[in-house]
Design a protein around this ligand. Structure first.
Ligand code: CIR
Length: 253
């Protein structure tokens, strides 16, 4: 089980974050409180969380998952497809350099965002999206294959990232919504399917034996509990306003 996480505090410019939804502008003070609660919740579940100071020049920099990938065999520095996010990498690279064996970097003109990298046991599935291009995905595939992991690529049919609509909960079970419930690439998994209106709740992860779920996704929480999982619900309303889900707020390893 992943026992460690790195997070970055939200920046004051969070209201300028990229978004595809019309839920209003995030409130900085509330985002800070929700972020503190996210950290507290993870710590309460036994995760050792390292909190990095905010990266004020970058409104989306709290979504640290998009910038790097950490595996038990080494880390990869990613290269976001969103041009406004590419400068986020320097600060994280500096931090990770000291702590991890950096096995590679996605080089221009390849792009990969962590939201498009789904890990299922020893397999990685990389989504080709508006943020992750084939060149970047192929670069990452070579690096991960060299480390001994299996890698498959999948075309994203809808949503910002692959993981916007899917998470792996363990024991061959995936949580899915939207187009992914029909994707043949996932036909061999047992599925917990969420309603499309709460599709964002499919972006999550397991920590300390609990599935983290967004607080206002009540139907989804019931569905996951019904499937015999323990659920910890937390409020991330301010991050949702700029397309952020539970997984993108931390880099877990
Ligand atoms: C962006 O558009 O890049 C941010 N506003 C949201 C990133 C969310 N990242 C993720 O789901 N992995």
């Amino acid at each position: 089980m992943k026992k460690h996480a790195i997070v970055i505090k939200p920046s004051r410019s969070i209201y300028k974050g990229l978004t595809t939804v019309r839920l209003g502008l995030p409130d900085y003070n509330l985002a800070i409180r929700q972020h503190e609660n996210y950290v507290k919740t993870l710590r309460g579940l036994g995760v050792d969380v390292h909190v990095l100071e905010s990266n004020e020049d970058f409104p989306d920099s709290t979504f640290i998952e998009d910038i790097a990938l950490i595996t038990e065999k080494g880390a990869v520095i990613l290269r976001p497809g969103a041009v406004s996010r590419q400068g986020e990498v320097a600060k994280i690279e500096e931090y990770l350099n000291d702590k991890f064996d950096i096995v590679g970097r996605i080089e221009t003109t390849g792009t990969v965002e962590g939201g498009d990298i789904l890990r299922i046991e020893n397999k990685f599935i990389i989504g080709l999206s508006s943020r992750t291009n084939r060149e970047g995905a192929e670069q990452l595939k070579v690096m991960l294959n060299d480390l001994g992991y299996e890698v498959n690529l999948i075309d994203i049919k809808a949503g910002l990232h692959l993981k916007s609509n899917i998470s792996y909960l363990g024991k061959n079970i995936i949580l899915v919504s939207g187009w992914l419930k029909y994707a043949p690439e996932f036909s061999s998994y047992n599925k917990i399917v969420l309603r499309d209106e709460e599709g964002y709740a499919a972006n999550t992860f397991v920590a300390g034996g609990y599935v983290l779920m967004p607080k206002n996704a009540e139907h989804s929480i019931d569905v996951v509990r019904h499937a015999k999982f323990l659920v910890k619900a937390i409020d991330i309303s301010e991050f949702r306003k700029i397309d952020g889900g539970l997984s993108c707020l931390s880099l877990r390893y």
